[in-house]
Design a protein around this ligand. Sequence first.
Ligand code: ZN
Length: 154
Amino acid sequence: MSSWTNFLQSSHEYEKGVEDYLDKSFSTRAIGDQITCPCKVSDHRFWHCKETVFNHLIAKGIEPGTEEWHCYEKGMSSTSNTERDVEDMHYDIERLIYDVRRDVAERLYMCLETAEVMRWHDEERKKDELLRHPDDGGAWKEFDQKYPDFANET
Ligand SMILES: [Zn+2]
């Protein structure tokens, strides 16, 4: 196992080690284009792309113990995957709740709107009924005038 982590962060050996480490890590444990960042600040809690991890390792240094990448990180990455799944699940649930709420709100709104339309129809129908009688009366008058014989006969 190389001891590149013991070199100074500014040294060529360290940089070479970082590149080597990234090649190995990205070919074995990357999800998408990201791995858990092993720098001293991220400490495998955050997922970053190759360029960011490289910059972190050069600028902030590597978390001690990371050079045993093979066994150490396998365990870490599975924990992180679970954490990530839980995060995804939370997000999905939140979205689901949001969708359901929106759906319920929309239905409620539609109900209100339907109720409003029904009420409107009802009122219009009543108004219509009120208007219809004189109208009908008028129509009958007109009919009587047009067909006086018919009117007389009845
Ligand atoms: Zn980092």
